[in-house]
Ligand binder design. Structure first.
Ligand code: KG4
Ligand code: ZN
Length: 347
């Protein structure tokens, strides 16, 4: 089965072509970073309008690269949520209409499921069941993934997501949007131990996170000081350390509590090199192994939407003709793929 997939949940427009036998044939992406930089964050209305401009050229480029035409395709997948509703609707309307015009089945994909299944695009896929640490701009969750589609949330953030904590503290440091990768770059020049920020909720049992206190701690540390490069680097180092150490400790706790020895890290913050290094060390000491998607598939992309969409289409899932998008969509409400397939066979 060969499918085309469209991602438009936030500020990346992307289109990919994935084939169940030949693998990933194309993945095209346009990032709106420059468009939103002026405002210091994503402006939803501008994001929606830009998706409208980008999706068709990206689709043409992806099909060309995949040396495929609509006649070679067996379905179309698109991100149906969660995300910015206007941005989602542009992609959903575009992809649903393509599928209708091409007389192909369509499927609406859950963006977080796609992040979780992104490591399946790699030559060596993680085993099931496993623990997943999902760390993106909007979500920070630990999940027991029993099989594709069966997700048991173990703990999540009570306030800010890890990516949001990176982005908001980066803004306090005067770093350009998007702050996460920028702060990580500055942290490399930072001196360890000059600042120490709280590691929230580490002293309490459980698998919940809380990152909103970090902004206040940084604000206090910066009071009365000028934002010089070394100060920015030192504070960045301490912020990154606080976030990374909290994520590592809780992820290891989840591995310990579930008795599983495989950990998948997904979502934009999974691109953070310090997090990757520290998790690798900590997991190895525990006898566990960590799996990641390649760096470019940690942040938003259409290849991961194609992977989740392909599995759901193969299981027989079909979207109706209605153009549907959901800003909020609980991950735990998804149906396991094997169950979807057997329910289809029973009817
Ligand atoms: O998964 P993603 O691309 O979009 C969402 O679905 O949210 O994640 C974006 C988040 C942003 O908060 C961004 O600052 C963060 O991931 N991020 C990073 C790094 N690369 C992206 N945070 C820390 N270090 C990085 N290298
Ligand atoms: Zn995402």
């Amino acid at each position: 089965m060969r499918i085309l997939a469209v991602e438009s949940s936030c500020d990346e427009s992307a289109v990919a072509v994935l084939d169940s036998a030949c693998g990933l044939l194309a993945h095209e992406l346009f990032s709106q970073v420059e468009l939103h930089r002026l405002y210091g964050g994503v402006v939803p209305e501008l994001a929606s309008r830009d998706h409208v401009r980008r999706l068709l050229p990206l689709t043409r480029a992806a099909l060309e690269r995949a040396q495929s035409g609509p006649e070679d395709l067996h379905g179309v997948a698109y991100t149906a949520g969660p995300g910015l509703i206007g941005a989602l609707l542009t992609g959903a309307a575009f992809a649903r209409s393509l599928a209708y015009g091409w007389r192909l089945p369509a499927v609406g994909v859950h963006h977080l499921e796609a992040h979780l299944l992104a490591p399946l695009l790699e030559p060596e896929a993680p085993p099931f069941p496993h623990v997943a640490l999902l760390v993106s701009g909007g979500h920070t969750m630990l999940i027991e993934v029993r099989e594709p589609g069966a997700y048991r949330p173990l703990g999540e953030t009570r306030d800010d997501a890890a990516g949001e904590a990176f982005d908001k503290t980066a803004k306090l440091l005067g770093l350009p949007y998007p702050g996460g990768p920028e702060l990580a770059r500055c942290a490399e020049r930072g001196r360890p131990g000059v600042f120490t920020f709280p590691r929230p909720m580490l002293d309490r049992p459980g698998l919940e996170f809380s990152f909103s206190g970090l902004k206040t701690a940084v604000l206090h540390a910066l009071r009365g000081r000028t934002l010089e490069p070394q100060l920015i680097a030192d504070v960045s180092h301490a912020v990154q350390d606080a976030i990374v150490e909290t994520l590592v400790a809780k992820a290891l706790r989840a591995v310990e509590e579930t008795g599983l020895d495989a950990l998948v890290v997904a979502g934009g913050v999974g691109a953070n090199r310090r997090l990757r290094a520290r998790l690798g060390e900590a997991a190895a000491a525990w006898g566990a192994r960590v799996w990641y998607p390649r760096i470019e598939f940690c942040t938003d992309n259409a290849a991961m939407i194609a992977m989740a969409g392909l599995l759901r289409l193969e299981a027989g899932e079909r979207a109706t003709l209605a153009i549907q998008a959901r800003a909020h969509w609980p991950l735990a409400s998804l149906t396991p793929l094997l169950r979807t397939a057997s329910a289809r066979e029973a009817t």
